[in-house]
Design a protein around this ligand. Sequence first.
Ligand SMILES: [Zn+2]
Length: 318
Amino acid sequence: MSSNDKSPVYVYRGDAIARYGFGDDHPFGPDRHEVFHAELEEAQLGDAIAYAAPRRATVDEIALFHSAEYIDFVSRMSAEGRGYLDGGDTPAFPGVFDSASDVVGTTLAAVDAVMTGEASQAFVPIAGLHHAGRGHAAGFCVFNDCGVAAEYLRERHGLSRIAYVDIDAHHGDGVFYGFEEDPDLVFADIHEDGRFLYPGTGAASETGRGRAIGTKLNVPLPPGAGDAEFNEVWPAVLDYLDAAEPEFFIMQCGADSLEGDPITHLRFSEAAHARASADLRELADRHCAGRLVATGGGGYNRHNLARAWTRVVESLAA
Ligand SMILES: [Zn+2]
């Protein structure tokens, strides 16, 4: 499986990220981490992968993307440990601040491992919290690790053109609007049409604002769209990314776009996730020495998320 000249793919594992969840009865429950790792172990990828441990982000790191007011708000709500961080999707459980900081820090650890070459690519299962905006929580997402990672790559690693690619069923609105006027944040997002699914955004006409108009790609698909529809639109996504010549790829591979998810209506199979990650790795090889970090994102059918994310790791480690 592993080739000798390739560093391992780091896969992050540990209680710190497993704990990010909203209780056993919530779709984003703490068991998601375990079911994925059980499936991954069965795939027996040997030394093509290596396990790595979570770390906690500092407040300064979180502030690379989020506003100081919002960070203070989460801190206060975390101490109180009740109520919601948003209109009613994202509960403020005791310690939510630290837990959300662990997710961000782990994605940053993955970025560092890839930038130093210690890892060829990396996968963080409990991450890809793409709905959190610069100043608000939304849709089970407290801090937006992908948004922080993009700013971190610029601030700490001196890169400028970062690609964010999202195949979660939901539009990555926190990332999109967080960088809407930024032409150097290369953005491609395939999702269920916002007229039928939360958060309601991501129309094809949304291509960026101001000096970023025409630089971003939103690809809404109708409810019920499956692999055939994915395969039809995917080459245009690859062409767009290829032309954009990114210096780093951040992938959000939410498994809620697979058939059988309890809260969405797309019907991809895990083949979509396998293809997307294999193709993005190839693009990353072409443009930026393979530098890619994949995050798990959504996915509420446990069987689906375990299999889809395992396919992603296999594609990166092949
Ligand atoms: Zn989702």
